[in-house]
Design a protein around this ligand. Structure first.
Ligand SMILES: NC(=O)c1ccc[n+]([C@@H]2O[C@H](COP(=O)([O-])OP(=O)(O)OC[C@H]3O[C@@H](n4cnc5c(N)ncnc54)[C@H](OP(=O)(O)O)[C@@H]3O)[C@@H](O)[C@H]2O)c1
Length: 259
């Protein structure tokens, strides 16, 4: 399918690895010009080079912490008239409920609610004027079903979801959509660290913890980041202008509810 977005400009936050990188690749395949970001400049440069070589699209690099307003300004300056925004950021660390301090909550709200909101607020007016905008927020399956130890993540992301719910409805008339993708367990570095932590807590080999985690999934496997990127590119496509304010789970059937 031709996604109808060749030549469109896309900002993909936190995109040097993992799910963000997969979204960037799928958008590059659709012919988008990209503005990418990540804290480690070398890793970001390697991803940008790989995408340029594979797809021949222009890729801007903004290295830096997305939670720093200066990084966000630089990222927006690389694509001030972006048509597509993929909001992504590092996730809060795993912490047992009793160990969560006020500072942890503030940091999670900063990275997974306030930072994405700031980027939406910066780009939405221009998208509405130009009558095209696609905003895709990467949140988590924990917005729908709790995951013990990820309470800060769940709370901040649910806050983002509710905060943008009204804007999603009031901007669709201008062909600007705002949607949320809720990943379950995907094979990324973040997922690997979680499994490493589990393995060391339980004193079992990494391969055992990994196999157990895969066996818990109805799909009997982790998600492939490319599957996530393809969904993101579809939501960013010209064909998705009638989909807005939706929370789309991509979890291999892990969520147990019928609706
Ligand atoms: N993978 C899963 O199964 C899963 C499930 C549910 C939710 N999620 C959420 O989805 C998001 C992406 O997860 P992932 O698995 O792709 O993570 P990942 O493999 O750890 O990749 C994270 C990416 O974000 C960048 N990044 C992290 N913190 C940043 C910051 N403060 N500023 C700028 N860039 C930053 C990293 O690059 P640098 O380290 O160089 O900055 C990297 O490119 C996270 O919020 C995660 O919690 C993931």
């Amino acid at each position: 399918m031709d996604l109808g977005i060749a030549g469109r400009k896309a900002i993909v936050c936190a995109s040097s690895r993992g799910l963000g990188r997969a979204c960037a690749i799928a958008l590059a395949e659709a012919g988008c010009e990209l503005a990418l970001n990540g804290r480690d400049p070398a890793r970001l440069a390697a991803t940008a080079k790989d995408i340029r070589e594979r797809f021949g699209v222009t890729v801007h690099e903004t290295a830096g912490d997305l939670n720093d307003p200066a990084t966000r300004e630089a990222l927006l300056a690389a694509a001030p008239d972006a048509d597509i925004l993929v909001n992504n950021n590092g996730g809060p660390p795993f912490k047992t409920f009793g160990a969560i301090a006020r500072e942890d909550v503030l940091a999670g709200v900063e990275s997974n609610m306030l930072t994405p909101i700031a980027l939406v607020q910066a780009l939405l007016p221009g998208m509405a004027r130009r009558k095209f905008g696609r905003i895709v927020n990467i949140t988590s399956s924990s917005v729908r079903a709790p995951i013990a130890g990820l309470d800060v993540s769940s709370g901040a992301r649910a806050g983002l979801t509710a905060f943008l719910a009204s804007a999603a409805r009031s901007h669709v008339r201008d062909n600007v959509t705002i949607n949320f993708i809720l990943p379950g367990a995907f094979a990324t570095d973040r997922q690997r660290s979680a499994i490493e932590r589990l393995a060391s807590e339980r004193g079992v080999p990494l391969a055992t913890a990994e196999a157990e985690a895969e066996a818990r999934s109805p799909a009997r496997r982790f998600g492939d980041p490319a599957e996530f990127g393809a969904l993101c590119a579809f939501l960013a496509s010209a064909h998705a202008g009638f989909i807005t304010g939706q929370n789309i789970l991509i979890d291999g059937g892990a969520f147990p509810g019928t609706f």
